[in-house]
Design a protein around this ligand. Sequence first.
Ligand code: FAD
Length: 362
Amino acid sequence: MNPVPPSTLVVGAGASGLAFALVYAQAGANVRIIDKRKHRSMTGKATGVAQGVWNQLHRFGITSSVLAAATPMRNFVFHDDEALIANVPVPEISGRAPAHLYPQWQLECDMEKALVAYGVEVEYGITLVEFHQSREHVQATLKHNDEPRTEQYETDWLIGADGAHSDTRRILNLPFPGRDYPGPWSVAEIATSLWPRQVQAQLFLHRDGVGLFLSQPSHGAVQGILNAKGAASELKKRFADAELRYEREFQVSLRRVSKPRLGRVWLIGDSAHVQSPVGGQGLNLAIWDGITLANALLNADLTVERRLASRARRTLLFTDFDYRMLATRNRAIRILRNFYWSFASRYPIVAKWFFRIISGAW
Ligand SMILES: Cc1cc2nc3c(=O)[nH]c(=O)nc-3n(C[C@H](O)[C@H](O)[C@H](O)COP(=O)(O)OP(=O)(O)OC[C@H]3O[C@@H](n4cnc5c(N)ncnc54)[C@H](O)[C@@H]3O)c2cc1C
């Protein structure tokens, strides 16, 4: 390890930025983490937290304290045109469930609490507006949102963990090649007592290519994601006692930067790659990026650049395949897909490869 670990500014306190900061803070290295928000967002995003995340967060004392409150993925029900196709018992991966249901915002709160225990606090209300880099340093301009002043801050590394609309990526002028999926999509959450007890996730596909994914982020709550408008009305149709908590629309794209580093500036998480929520890999990849990069920088290992790019490429291939299977209108592919899952419901071993990828274990 370096005798004097380099100083680092992390821009963005979502999952990727928090994961990076946790590794640095635990090592006693110099890290500052800022976020332009006033406080943490409680908006519903991921509900499935992969085994890989739990494996990694174990070293910060998070896994053991919160995993008991999360629901293991044991059963997954799949319909097409409202007919039941398969009720798949989810096979274990390395003796454990491949994923647990747990709300992303709650996991981020747990990560932030662990960070505070190492003496590092997220500085909210500060926006990265500009930076310039030399061979030795990055000079960042930070805007304190409630004050007229800006601050100049010098750092060895700048980590852009600032999400899909990354300012860091824009300032670097890095292209973000890829494509947009047809949209908009919508996500909604309801309170209900009618969720079936033995099931953790349900997928309702349709011949017109529209799919509804339902999961239970916490007891008494159901989240629905639809690759079209109207997630809330779909939920209300299916749960007679539904009380809507929120609904919003969003756009989904498949894009990634060709390299996650330019000089002394790195991009991790959604700032480096975005993908469809089908396959549930965004959060897992964001945390993997943060932990992998922080470990490497502490060891002055810059070959990590290749590993970041290669894992992103593989993950995006998988989630795009999942999306295509979900949204296909091709009759022959639908028949094959439905046959495969119906077979997997009787012989779960045939779907083990799928759940191994879902587990994101590393
Ligand atoms: C509806 C939905 C469902 C999903 N479901 C799943 C799922 O089941 N499983 C899964 O693995 N993934 C899922 N995902 C994807 C997952 O939520 C994201 O991939 C993950 O949140 C990315 O984390 P991040 O830290 O890279 O970015 P973000 O969470 O977007 O965090 C970026 C942070 O940077 C801050 N910021 C931005 N610009 C600046 C600036 N200039 N200065 C300072 N701060 C700044 C923002 O305020 C924000 O807090 C889902 C996503 C959506 C939308």
